[in-house]
Design a protein around this ligand. Structure first.
Ligand code: PEP
Ligand code: MG
Length: 757
């Protein structure tokens, strides 16, 4: 068996590949030579390069060891065979007995039946798979991790050649439908609402690297240190000079970003890559693509999002290393109404652009937890994420309409779409003016029933919506959100400061703080519990808090101190039975006693509630109601558990309807018991934010709703047009129906009774 390659022999291999690439021979000749060098240096019997062609086909472009006549004849579909699997999943494979692997796809023309073991890595560039680089040996052989690493490094060098367009025209990698410059609509995920139109500015962070292989590793390490120092100085300036508001969680996001830049593990990996013979910039790129690969397999969306921060940093560092001042060149675009299009983005990259000209943001990736989405929300621009292949389908300066509310993007819209856009902007303006006029009016029905309309918030910046939308209070303050955007667990003092600010801004209006609801899809970046098969039903919310009481007690301490002399309302998420509530309540008692002992000012009054989001609790409601001050129904989780249907699964999102008679009957029973026990009950899930659903809830008898801030206006308009008595009688007739949903029936009621939906 051959020993793994040392860093000296890796350097020699890289240097030889570089010399061939820089040569003047035809591309095919150079590629053949490269396979020969890799096979010789890595003691393999075969080295083959498969290049991705149009139609998602991998074509054998060069080989050392397989039959030469198979070159340009052997083709595999993406995902077919081991070579196809490597490209489809963008991950390396090392298999000692490839023949017996279920995915092995035998191609007789290659003569590969004599080769047993196989190792292959994807040829990646800027997150795109350009092909597969594979090695084979006749004997069974267990390739080592080091060998995989070396082949990845070589693949990176080969990627430059493939991307250069000498082997396959660049346009072959574009999807078939994209390039006709026809109008196109792309659906995505709503990351921030609103509508905007502008010209496309493509945020391509492709940094051209001329030198991949270094002569002098020590000099490269020095270059890296210099570039890092320059980058830190430039970042300080960028954050200071940005147009962002002076306070709010986006500041935390930028702090977290700055800490990533000092991540010792990241820097160490770059330094190690440089030690193998890469230049500083190639080292940064290598670590960037390794990270992308590894993170693509991490199920936690929060952690996956953090890759974008590191990518942002890596790109910035590359700019400093290649002498482009650390500024993305697209940021210099002269376009006056910019719609920024990116695969992904870190928060600081967004700040490179002139925010005064930025109208909207479209991302191929991204999620609510993306730091860039937090920043974009602070700027109040529409953002659509998960816009598939948008970068491939658009050209610089194309006209784009972004409809954040409906999560869609129109590329090169026709005149009719543009006209509709202008109409909807006008209609939105009129509706907004109508809602603004309702701002200071109460949400009272025509027959005099008052409904308390509150807002759900998570970021400090959202609290200002109380005044803007004229809400009665904050029905749900998701305390985990500020924890999620930070780089580390906030101590009691900083939590206290934050909660006090929330209460100050609420200026006497009620605020319900929900204790930490982490776990499930809400992971903290600095806290890594063991992976779970079923996280939504796993170790989350109050379960975590009760198992880690110190964390909950710190949070309670901070809340008690923040409220000192004012009213404090808090509630616990995901309570499944009374004992959980009691346990959490008794911890609160301890914290109150502690504060009293230390002579602190206690809250002027205290209200402690439970969220009803696990159906089991409904069967112990009577016992619970004797102990709580209020109940808040979390319909998002409640419906997920009632129907046994993952709330985040887009395939199931339309399958069950909150306006099902069984849901209405369930909610009616909860309300009846709460009323009998004289315990206030509200509902704070998404369903309350949609006027038709909210109307049904009011018909059942709910008088306390908490919704996303932009829903307040439409809800008030609906409520003020409502005849509550007639609605109650009508809803009474729905509970026992066998229907899948009663949506149409409720719509007809609204139409017949002039309800403003
Ligand atoms: C809910 O589950 O309805 C709820 C309001 O909590 P979250 O959406 O934060 O889980
Ligand atoms: Mg919930």
């Amino acid at each position: 068996m051959q020993p793994a390659l040392t860093s000296i022999s890796t350097r020699r291999l890289l240097a030889r590949v570089r010399d061939v690439m820089a040569g003047s021979a035809a591309a095919q000749v150079r590629l053949n030579e490269i396979t020969a060098i890799i096979a010789a240096e890595m003691s393999a019997d075969v080295c083959s390069i498969y290049v991705r062609r149009a139609g998602d086909v991998l074509e054998l472009f060069a080989t050392q060891g397989l039959k030469p006549q198979a070159v340009h004849r052997t083709r595999l579909r993406l995902g077919e065979g081991l070579v196809g699997d490597i490209a489809a999943n963008a991950r390396p494979l090392a298999i000692s007995d490839a023949h017996n692997h279920p995915q092995f796809a035998f191609r007789p023309e290659t003569g590969e039946e004599v080769f047993r073991s196989l190792m292959g890595v994807p040829i990646l560039r800027d997150g795109k798979v350009l092909g597969t680089l594979a090695m084979q040996k006749t004997e069974r052989y267990q390739f080592t991790e080091e060998e995989v690493e070396v082949l990845q490094t070589v693949a990176m060098v080969v990627a430059e050649m493939v991307a250069g367009g000498e082997l396959v025209g660049r346009d072959e990698l574009l999807p078939a439908d994209g390039i006709g410059l026809l109008p196109l609509r792309i659906r995505g995920m709503r990351l921030n609402g609103g509508m905007a139109m502008g010209q496309a500015v493509l945020h391509q962070h492709e940094v051209k690297i001329d030198r991949l292989v270094a002569e002098d590793p020590v000099a490269e390490q020095r270059r890296l240190s210099r570039a890092l120092a320059d980058m830190h100085t430039a970042l300080d300036r960028l954050f200071q000079e940005s147009l962002l508001p002076g306070y709010g969680e986006h500041r935390e996001v930028l702090e977290a970003y700055r800490m990533f830049a000092e991540d010792a593990g990241w820097l160490q990996r770059i330094r190690e890559a440089i030690a193998t013979g890469l230049t500083a910039e190639a080292g940064v790129k290598k670590v960037q693509s390794d990270l992308r690969l590894r993170m693509a397999q991490v199920p936690d969306p929060y952690l996956r999002e953090r890759v974008h921060d590191l990518e942002d940093l890596a790109n910035r560092l590359l700019h400093h290393l290649t002498g482009a001042n650390g500024i993305v060149s697209a940021a210099a675009s002269p376009v006056t109404e910019m719609v920024l299009i990116a695969r992904s983005m870190g928060p600081a990259e967004l700040l490179d652009y002139d925010l005064a000209r930025l109208r909207a943001l479209v991302l191929e990736e991204g999620s609510h937890a993306s730091h860039v989405a937090v920043i974009a929300r602070a700027l109040d621009i529409p953002v659509v994420g998960h816009a598939r292949d948008v970068l491939l389908r658009i050209e610089e300066n194309d006209l784009v309409i972004v409809d954040g509310d409906n999560a869609q993007v129109f590329l090169r819209p026709g005149e009719d779409v543009v006209a509709t856009f202008h109409e909807s902007i006008e209609a939105r303006r009129q509706r907004a003016a109508g809602y603004a006029a309702l701002r200071d009016l109460p949400a009272t029905t025509c027959d005099g029933e008052h409904v308390s309309v509150n807002i759900n918030v998570g970021l400090l910046g959202d609290v200002q919506h109380l005044d803007h939308w004229g809400a009665d209070g904050i029905g749900l303050y998701r305390t985990e959100v500020p924890f999620m955007v930070r780089a580390g667990f906030p101590d009691v003092e900083s939590q206290c400061e934050l909660y006090a600010k929330v209460l100050d801004q609420a200026a006497g209006r009620p605020v319900v703080f929900r204790t930490l609801d982490v776990g499930g899809d809400k992971m903290l970046p600095y806290w890594k519990p063991a992976p779970e098969e079923n996280p939504a039903m796993g170790w989350r919310a109050i379960r975590v808090s009760l198992d880690r009481p110190a964390m909950l007690r710190q949070q309670m301490r901070a809340l008690i101190r923040a409220a000192g002399g004012r009213e404090l309302r808090l509630m616990f998420p995901m309570v499944a039975d009374v004992s959980e509530f009691e346990a959490a309540r008794s911890l609160l008692g301890m914290e109150l006693a502690r504060e009293e002992r230390r002579g602190g000012i206690l809250p002027a009054s205290l209200k402690v509630g439970a969220m009803l989001e696990v159906p089991s609790l409904a069967f112990q409601l009577r016992a619970l109601l004797a102990k709580v001050d209020f109940i808040s129904v979390g319909s998002n989780d409640l419906l997920q558990f009632l129907f046994g249907c993952d709330r985040g699964n887009p395939r199931l999102s339309e399958r069950y309807d909150p306006l099902s008679p069984l849901v209405l009957a369930f909610l009616r029973n909860v309300l009846t018991e709460c009323r009998a026990a004289r315990v206030p009950v509200g509902l704070c899930g998404e369903m309350a934010g949609r006027p038709l659903e909210a109307m049904a809830l009011i018909g059942i008898g709910y008088r306390d709703l908490s919704v996303a801030p932009p829903a307040v206006g439409p809800l008030k308009a609906m409520i003020r047009s409502l005849d509550c008595q007639a609605l109650r009688r009508y809803v009474e007739s729905l509970y026992d129906l066998p229907d899948h949903n009663v949506r149409e029936r409720l719509r007809s009621f609204a139409r017949d009774h002039g309800v403003a939906l």
